[in-house]
Design a protein around this ligand. Structure first.
Ligand SMILES: C[S@@+](CC[C@H](N)C(=O)[O-])C[C@H]1O[C@@H](n2cnc3c(N)ncnc32)[C@H](O)[C@@H]1O
Length: 186
């Protein structure tokens, strides 16, 4: 049966229910606004891109899957785990905010999925540290049991302010939460 938020997203013209998670985060932290330069890692199908676009932020999306175009938004189809493809991101210049809603293709084997998720989180942090301007911010989805305590420690080494946020719009029973890291130390 279709979930209430999925139905709401459809009726409001959004590509995924994830938009409501980002909306909750932004209502609290107010990081997505006009002219802010944003890199959105793991953007397919594109609801976070829609959110940023509507707020007139300058957003660039990245996903291994093809994302349907949206206004003048640039979307790069590449694998962030591929060193050569990563160079394309590093040629884009500096950003104010890096978003990561990355999730691996699930195998159903919990340990394997958590391991893959942890690798994606670490790669997202590495990318953020390479492209953020000083005082920039990083919002990253994390799953409990994916070495999240160690990951939180790594993020705290790089940012002055780090908070954890659990959106109401996350699926019931989901172990996901978001790390909101501000003031990149550079
Ligand atoms: C939960 S979805 C993102 C949803 C998106 N925030 C939205 O609102 O529409 C996670 C995305 O991470 C992408 N992804 C996973 N591994 C990736 C990789 N190595 N490189 C690029 N994208 C990846 C997947 O293709 C998937 O589209």
């Amino acid at each position: 049966m279709m979930n209430v938020l999925t139905r709401r997203a459809r009726s409001e013209g959004y590509r995924a229910r994830s938009i409501y998670k980002l909306d909750e985060i932004n209502k609290k932290y107010n990081l997505i606004k006009k002219k802010v330069r944003i890199l959105d890692l793991g953007s397919y199908p594109g609801s976070w891109l829609q959110y940023c676009f509507e707020r007139e932020a300058n957003v660039i999306g990245v996903d291994i899957r093809e994302v349907k175009t949206l206004g003048n938004v640039q979307v790069l189809r590449l694998d962030i785990m591929n060193k050569d493809e990563l160079k394309i991101i590093y040629d884009l210049g500096k950003f104010d905010l890096v978003l990561s809603d990355l999730s691996p293709k699930l195998t159903g084997i919990k340990d394997v999925d958590m391991q893959k998720s942890s690798l994606l989180d670490k790669k997202a942090l590495e990318i953020a540290c390479n492209v953020l301007r000083k005082k920039g911010s990083f919002i990253c989805k994390v799953f409990q049991n994916s070495n999240e305590v160690e990951f939180e420690r790594l993020v705290k080494n790089k940012f002055e302010q780090v908070k954890l946020f659990k959106p109401q719009a996350s699926k019931k029973g989901s172990s996901e939460f978001y790390i909101i890291a501000r003031d990149y130390k550079n």
